[in-house]
Write a protein that binds this ligand. Structure first.
Ligand code: GLO
Ligand code: MG
Length: 344
């Protein structure tokens, strides 16, 4: 069963444990050492920010960036790993304080476009065809600071620029309704799917659905996945978990709401997610309490939970489910699922 799905995570998922109120509590692990952990944890794919692959890229020329990214590609190959996607990190530089593609300063918007092109060079050098865009600061703290119609147009233009610059790539937009902003312009799957149709290549724009982000929007992750699947636009997933409407927790998949996790696995498995090479991506953080030597358990655990839920999805008595649907006895269906999850 494990062989049917390929799993990925990003190097930022092994981290030092800093939060907005406290400093790091674990040592940094250098990138090469992290790569050596992937296979041992059961993972084949590496998710990248552009500067995970090429640190300090804003101070390097285009050729240097490609050279460095090719070195990383060789490191991946020697570990038997592949890059799943590259995402432009557009939220740390001073020029992205007011957003990147939607900044009110044209010079800052230009920086975002240029950086995205360099990111696309890295995509090629790492041998993948997938880009993820998480619109961290494309939004507002106060509505009057920007014009939302203009901002959506700017986001679409920036997508277009990327799609024309590198005609091989597909872009998976990762919607998130808030954090760090009060409100973002692409908060849900529906927004992400829709904006693709403002570009010249709608077929090449899809989504990367993150469980926690959907919960923050007050929606159901499995239904959001179903929506994207109906449009053939579920290019990737960021599975994790989230305990209600608070900061983005990035808990281990299924650790908060097992039934919600079951339903995500169910929609994915029933619709052959992964058959065209899509990864089961995680975006999970180790709790700050974890000591150094056990700070990767959240990754292995999330994968194990996913695979056990695949078994439960497949062993669910489909005839019984069908019968209860026919009878419209949803209380009994509720109980059937609960019993199944409780191993009865
Ligand atoms: C933050 C996002 C972030 C992205 C990553 C890849 O809330 O989940 O971690 O997934 O930057 O684009
Ligand atoms: Mg994410």
């Amino acid at each position: 069963m494990a062989g049917e799905y390929r799993f990925s995570f990003g190097p930022w998922n092994i981290h030092e444990g800093a939060d907005p109120f406290g400093p790091p509590v674990r040592d940094s692990i250098e990138f090469g050492k992290k790569l050596k952990m992937y296979k041992k944890l059961g993972f084949d794919g590496v998710q990248f920010h552009d500067d995970d692959a090429v640190p300090d890229m804003d101070n390097l020329g285009p050729e240097q960036i490609v050279k460095k990214a090719k070195e990383v590609h060789s490191m991946l190959e020697s570990e038997g790993l592949v890059a799943e996607f590259v995402a432009p990190r557009l939220w740390e530089d001073a020029r992205t304080i007011d957003g990147a593609y939607t900044s009110n300063d044209p010079a800052c918007r230009q920086y975002a476009r240029d950086r995205s092109r360099r990111m696309l060079d890295i995509v090629d050098a790492l041998g993948t065809k997938l880009v993820v865009v998480w619109y961290a600061r494309e939004g507002t703290y106060i509505r009057e600071a920007k014009d939302s119609k203009v901002a959506v147009g700017q986001i679409a233009e920036a997508l277009n620029d990327m799609l024309h610059y590198n005609t091989e790539v597909k872009i998976a937009i990762e919607p998130k309704p808030n954090e760090p902003m009060d409100q973002t312009y692409i908060p849900t799957t529906g927004h992400a799917v829709a904006i693709g149709y403002l570009t010249d290549y709608p077929d090449r724009v899809g989504v990367n659905i993150e469980t926690a982000h959907v919960v923050l929007a007050g929606l159901d992750p499995s239904d959001e996945m179903g929506f994207a699947l109906a449009y053939n636009k579920l290019f990737s997933v960021h599975l994790n978990d989230q305990n209600g409407l608070k900061f983005d927790e990035d808990r281990a998949f299924g650790a908060v709401d097992l039934r919600r996790a079951f339903n995500q696995v169910r929609i994915l498995d029933q619709h052959d997610y992964g058959k065209d090479g899509q990864f089961v991506g995680l975006d999970v953080k180790a709790m700050r309490t974890q000591k150094q030597e056990v700070a990767t358990k959240h990754l292995a655990n999330s994968r194990t939970i996913f695979l056990r839920l695949v078994e439960l999805v497949r062993s669910l008595d489909k005839n019984k489910v069908e019968k209860l649907i026919q009878q419209r006895d949803y209380e009994e269906l509720d109980m059937l699922i609960i019993n199944h999850l409780m191993g009865k």
